[in-house]
Design a binder for this molecule. Structure first.
Ligand code: NAI
Length: 308
């Protein structure tokens, strides 16, 4: 399995590190436009190999896409992250041009690649890749829900005073502060609905803390987070590499599912060797349906800013 990660910045390097440490990929190519940057990150990471016991070969490239040829999976993290006070949507002007060019270069050298889109505003960038590359829809996966769900589980475990491994929950909808839909009704602690332990008020607080999870970290760090984003991407890459057929909420191109069409937005999906193999439709109640529709209109508004 050959994996390319475009953008050797905070998220890209974290992703490469987690992929390597999990030891399922033979090769990771880090590519960045900044001269020498990807080569430096790759060398630094390779010098952890004997310490962290992995055999994955990590190489770096300054914008030479021939090095990415034959990639099975490519992750797009290139672009600018938000600063405190910014929304993800404000990044569209710069990131759309970068993502479009990067996707086209990747496909030129790896026509069978599965793309994982990370750059923000992620749902709109995933839609852009759909509209401009001609790749089949199972080969374009937007990463947002895997991260948002991990943040949801963190907040649930905190509220429940429970170990995270005892907690399950999912966030669907758009990857934005207002668009995320944490499914509190379906969250469980060891198969018991969390409503058995937490008041409605506390659960609403968990949902709100989850939705602003990225903004909270951006304020603390001065830039957006990287450990959990990198780990979330690596979990998707692993699910593809090892044909795990795990369910993650991912930004998928919808054609009628959840009553939505011509949009990429977070829905549960089975991830395996063929990429986004199946969209899972769960029965939402009326309040959840209204939230998803609201979230979708926000994503569509941002999509409207694209020059397609
Ligand atoms: P960063 O600034 O640390 O890294 C971005 C890298 O992209 C830089 O090294 C830059 O040189 C490179 N780059 C820019 N243009 C390029 C091009 N044309 N070709 C190749 N490389 C190029 O940013 P960070 O923190 O890694 O974030 C990356 C993106 O991921 C941002 O848009 C951020 O908002 C997004 N993000 C998305 C998340 C998600 O859940 N979908 C979570 C966290 C961040």
């Amino acid at each position: 399995m050959k994996v390319t990660v475009v953008g050797a910045g905070a998220v890209g390097a974290s992703c490469a590190e987690y992929v390597a440490i999990k030891n399922f990929a033979s090769e990771v190519v880090l590519l960045d436009i900044k001269e020498g940057y990807a080569e430096g990150k790759a060398m630094d990471l390779m010098q952890t190999a004997s310490l962290n016991s992995f055999d994955t070969k990590i190489t770096g490239s300054t914008n030479d896409y021939s090095k990415t040829a034959g990639s099975d999976v490519a992750v797009i993290t290139s672009g600018i992250p938000r600063k405190p006070g910014m929304t993800r949507e404000e990044l569209i002007g710069i990131n759309a041009g970068i993502v479009k060019e990067v996707a086209s270069n990747l496909i030129k050298h790896s026509p069978d690649v599965t793309l994982i889109v990370v750059s923000n505003p992620m749902d709109t960038m995933t839609y852009l890749v759909h509209k401009t590359t001609g790749l089949p829809k199972n080969k374009i996966i937007g990463m947002g829900g895997a991260l948002d769900s991990a943040r949801f589980k963190y907040r649930l475990a905190e509220a429940l005073e429970a170990p995270i491994s005892d907690v399950d929950g999912m966030v669907i909808g758009g990857h934005s502060d207002t668009g995320m839909v944490p499914l509190t009704r379906l969250a469980t602690r060891n198969s018991v609905p969390v409503s058995a332990f937490l008041s409605e008020e506390r659960l609403n607080q968990v949902a709100e803390d989850t939705k602003v999870g990225g903004a909270t970290l951006t304020k603390l760090l001065g830039t957006s987070a990287w450990y959990a984003p990198g780990a979330a991407v690596s979990a998707l890459v692993q699910a593809i590499a090892c044909d795990q057929k795990k369910i993650f909420p991912c930004s998928a191109f919808l054609e009628g599912e959840y009553g939505l069409s011509d949009i990429c937005i977070g829905v549960p999906a089975v991830i395996g060797k063929d990429g986004l193999e199946k969209i899972v439709e769960i029965q939402l109640d009326d309040a959840e349906k209204a939230k998803i529709e609201d979230s979708a209109s926000g994503v569509k508004k941002t999509n409207g800013l694209l020059e397609l």
